[in-house]
Design a protein around this ligand. Structure first.
Ligand code: ZN
Length: 192
């Protein structure tokens, strides 16, 4: 019986960990490195819901997609790689051979350059699996200067990448530098 309890405990534990990754919030940066907004990813029965709020855009429509690398190096953000495409499809929500899993509908900025949108990344997940947007190191969310036409290869003719946010699988790894401080290492012993 104890083994069963042990298994149940492990299952319960992993269920709790799953809940922790069901919502993730990231910061969005422009090509100069200024933070211009946030995006929140939430697990949803139809996919991953993306709630995004950024400023500093030109009024009108802008292409937005999830890219394959969690690396936003300005000013051009080429480091983010191609659109996230784990199933080898073509680009575009209106493409019969598409879309990339990372393709999203355009966002619209108002006259002040603010975009406050709720989007659905259909079929994607924050949990494990081939369609996980937290596979390996993670992915990134990129907004383009122009509108994504939904069919043109490879990226919808949306123009330069202007805003980027890193969705890292293990965001806490960014803080490892602070542990090189010898004072903190001594204090760390108490935490165990
Ligand atoms: Zn695409």
């Amino acid at each position: 019986m104890r083994l069963i309890y042990a298994i149940l405990f492990v299952l319960l534990l992993s269920a709790c960990q799953t809940n922790e990754t069901s919502v993730r919030e990231i910061d969005m940066y422009n090509g100069s490195g200024d933070m211009v907004g946030t995006a929140t990813f939430s697990e949803h029965p139809e996919g991953v819901q993306v709630t995004m709020k950024v400023e500093g855009l030109s009024p009108g429509f802008h292409g937005i997609q999830l890219h394959e690398n969690p690396t936003c190096e300005g000013p051009n953000f080429r480091s983010a790689g191609n659109h996230f495409n784990p199933e080898g499809k073509k680009h575009g929500l209106m493409n019969p051979d598409g879309p990339h899993l990372g393709d999203l509908p355009n966002v619209e900025a108002d006259s002040s350059g603010m975009a406050d949108n709720e989007l659905m990344l259909a079929d994607a997940t924050l949990l494990e699996g081939k369609k996980s947007i937290l596979k390996e190191d993670g992915t990134s969310l990129i907004i383009h200067e122009g509108k994504d036409d939904g069919v043109t290869q490879p990226g919808g003719d949306a123009g330069p990448r202007i805003i980027c946010g890193e969705l890292k699988t293990n965001p806490e790894e960014d803080n490892t530098e602070s542990s090189t401080d010898p004072t903190e290492q001594n204090e760390g012993e108490e935490e165990e």
